[in-house]
Each structure stands twice: as C-alpha cells, then as structure tokens.
Write a protein that binds this ligand. Structure first.
Ligand code: GLN
Length: 456
C-alpha cells in the first residue's frame, strides 16, 4: 500500500486518481496486516485497489466525474466495494472516468483527461487510456495500484483495458450487484475487474460477485472458485469466429492479431468454427438508442435538491429555473446530448419508431448468440477495439458518432447480457498494446477466463 501511494504521487501526471484516500488506505492496510497475523487471510487481503468514481464509497467523494455531483459523499457503500473491503482489499482512492461513464476516451470528465502511460515509440503525444474507465486502466497499467474496479455499459472495461495492455472483464449481467453504483443505463451496466492478468481477474471477480437482495436484477447463482477453473486445458472447446466482425476498413494489424489469436487457441487444442451473428450491424445504433433512453430517465434525479451541485438563483427564480440552471451548469455536453437523444426516442410519437424498434433488435442480437452457443460454440473470439489508443483531443471537433464507432465490437455483449473479456495479445507497429475479446456463455466466466488464459 505504501509503495502504491508513493507511485500514485509520482504518477500524478496521468490524472488517474481524482480523490486519493491515503489515510483510509493505510488504516485498511493495517487492518489487513492484523487479519493476516491472526491467521485469517481472505482472497483480497491487503491488496491495494483503485475504485472508479462511479462507485459510491461511504464518506468519500463519489462524483461520477460530473460537476453535478460536486460535494456528494455517500452515506453508504456500494455492494461491490463493500464485498471487496470485506475480503481485505484496500482502497487507494477514486479513479477518473468519463462523466457518468459516457464516453470512450475519458475526455468528458470534469477532472480533465486521464492519460495513457503508453507512448507511440519515442513520440511524446499524449494518448487516451480509453473510456469510460480510463483512470482505472491508466492506474493499473502504470502500476499505481494492483487492480481496479471498472464498469461496462457498452465497452467501458474492455476498450480501456485493450488500450493500456491490461485485462478487463465484463461479467454476465446480474453477476455483480449494481447497488450503490451510479446508474447510467440500468439494463446494460455491469461492474467488473480491471487487472494485470487473467488470474487476478478470476480472484477479484470472486470477491465482487454474488447475489444481492438490494439489486432486483442481481442473479441468485452460485459463485464458483473462478481461479481453480484456470486449468489451461481448452482441448475440445469450440471457439466461434463471427464473420460479421470483419468490418470494412479493419486495419491490417487488427486482422493479423485476430488471426494470431485464432492460431493460438487452435494450437492449444480448441476447435475453431466460423460462425454468423447476422444482426451484429444493428448493435451500435440499437445501443445508442437504448443507452441514452435509460440514461435520460436515470439522470432525472439530478435536480439540485437531492445531490451535489445547485446553481445560484436570481431573485424571482422558481423551482423550474432551479432545475434548468442546475442541470445546464452541472452536466457536460456529452451528457446533455444523451439526455436529449434519450428523451426524444422515448417521447410519444417516436417511441415505437426508435425505442421499441431498438428493443426488438436487441432481442434478435441476443438470439444470434443463443443460437451460436446452442450449436456447441463455447466462446467467441473477436478484436476488442477497431484501433489502438488514439491521441487525446483528436476527436474533439469530430462528429460524436466517430467516437461511438469505438464501441463497435463491445456493445453486442452488453445488449445480450453476456460475459466478455479483453486480453492484451500484441502490439501495433508503433508499439501500442492491442487486445482481443472473448465472449462466453451466461454465468460461465470461469470457462471464459480459462480460454482467455490461453491467449496470455
Ligand atoms: N462508450 C460507450 C458509451 O459512451 C460505453 C460506455 C460504457 O460502457 N460505460 O456509451
């Protein structure tokens, strides 16, 4: 813990930790020492973690990287962080992210950009660590903590993991409780571990997972010993390669990485099968209807009364002016865009044309996966991202849709509620990390991680 706190100070230029909690960390570390001395050593005992700012942590600022939550210190602890602390983990502080987890570059944060510790050769250009869990990815990659929590609504664990050369697991929807995690799109949000390797992901998931009566969508399923499932034996497993992920304009190095991953799994004794997931091309548009729709509803609670920031009001302003001024000042541009899109697609007259249609598409996407798994496929291999990390600021003036295209390989997994993991598997020609994604059957994270382990 002391070494990580020192590294955190030295690594301040990455802007990964936005609310360091050194006193709490040392207190938790001492308690962990005492547990170890008494012969009790739970799985995460003494492990220093960073926690994404989206998790409510009792008494510690929890702002979802938004101005509107300025000064908010929750009275309660999220279930996932509570479970991590009960298994002995230490919190070093809260980590940077895109505002309300909306983004793919960590550039929508009220705290400013988090910075990727990787560089293109000798080029000094600062690169994005990805988003929305950009602070988590930068901190783990730069050894400022041993692991971090992330959340993934459309790729926010897997894409930043790929951009920073670490492992990121989005568990099955319902595997980890959402209680106490600031809601973005409730039917898609899921917490997961961001770690240095697959074994750490297995250990950390075990501590995070489990049924929680406080989250009605949390699954009442046994949590197996994920680490014990990492046998390294994948002989006879069937790995599907979906043709629809071969998108137009895919860079050669991504195609090459994908082929190398395929060969590695084949060499390890897996059977490779070409498969079709025909509705894949509708996933991104469906996601960018459903996610903003849910966000517009979830973000209605930020009214200047219940949480955080309230705008200063002029003589004669009423409650409407308070809402309007608070929300105008408190939300950034991307969040406002999502609220407007979401409100539009849910409004009478447009609901059937957009929201309902997107929900139908979602069902078709899920069915594609169900059919692949029913035909005997155990896991599906795809690239994690369409490129390596890009320079910060590059997308500033671009159409927002250019940013959304980053999520082309990841959103399908959230729409279908499946587990997906991004594993660092190579470097591009300028020396930047690239990741491959493996998608598994629901609640079979253990088998999925075992296949992912073969790619390390
Ligand atoms: N980039 C996606 C979005 O902005 C995914 C975000 C996430 O997974 N939280 O919606």
């Amino acid at each position: 813990t002391e070494a990580c706190l020192a590294a955190g100070e030295a690594g301040g230029k990455l802007n990964a930790f936005v609310h360091p909690t050194p006193d709490l960390a040392l207190e938790q570390a001492k308690a962990a020492d005492a547990r170890i001395a008494s012969g009790e050593a739970p799985s995460m005992c003494g492990i220093p973690l960073g926690i994404k700012d989206l998790f409510c942590t009792k008494g510690v600022p929890s702002q979802a990287a938004s101005r509107i939550l300025t000064g908010f210190r929750p009275e309660y602890e999220s279930t996932v962080t509570r479970q991590l602390f009960e298994s002995g983990a230490v919190m070093l502080g809260k980590l940077n992210m895109d505002e309300f987890a909306m983004g793919s570059s960590n550039e929508t944060s009220v705290y400013g950009d988090a910075i990727n510790p990787w560089r293109r050769g000798n080029d000094e250009t600062a690169l994005t660590p990805g988003g929305s869990s950009g602070g988590s990815a930068a901190a783990v990659s730069a050894d400022l903590c041993l692991a971090a929590t992330g959340t993934d609504t459309g790729g926010s664990i897997r894409q930043p993991a790929a951009f920073t050369g670490i492992t990121g697991l989005k568990p099955t929807y319902g595997r980890c409780s959402r209680w106490g995690i600031v809601a973005f799109a409730s039917s898609l949000d899921q917490a997961g571990p961001m770690t240095k390797d697959v074994r750490d992901a297995a250990i950390m998931l075990q501590a995070m997972a489990g049924h929680d009566p406080l989250d009605s969508t949390s699954a009442d399923m046994p949590v197996p010993d994920f680490e014990a499932m990492l046998t390294g034996d994948i002989r006879g497993k069937v790995i599907g390669i979906p043709d629809e992920y071969r998108i137009d304009g895919m860079p050669d190095e991504i195609a090459k990485l994908w082929a190398e991953g395929r060969a590695m799994l084949e060499d390890a004794g897996a059977e490779i099968r070409d498969i079709s997931l025909p509705h894949t091309k509708y996933a991104l548009p469906a996601y960018y209807v459903i996610a903003p729709a849910e966000a517009s509803s979830n973000l209605a609670r930020y009214d200047g009364v219940r949480f955080g920031h309230r705008a200063s009001l002029a003589q004669g302003d009423g409650v409407t002016e308070m809402y309007e001024k608070t929300r105008a000042e408190g939300f950034g541009d991307e969040v406002k865009r999502r609220v407007m899109v979401g409100t539009y697609v849910l409004s009478a007259g447009f609901y059937d044309a957009y929201y309902n249609r997107a929900r139908k598409v979602r069902t078709l996407i899920k069915r594609d996966f169900d059919e692949a798994f029913a035909s005997g496929v155990d896991a599906i291999l795809t690239p994690a991202t369409p490129s390596a990390a890009f320079p910060l600021g590059q997308m500033e003036d671009a159409d927002p849709v250019a940013m959304y295209l980053n999520d082309v390989f990841t959103v399908t997994v959230n729409l279908a509620g499946l587990p997906g993991v991004s594993v660092p598997t190579g470097l591009d020609r300028s020396g930047l990390p690239l990741g491959l994604q493996l998608i598994g059957r629901p609640f079979e994270e253990g088998d999925l991680l075992n296949v992912a382990h073969t790619l390390e």
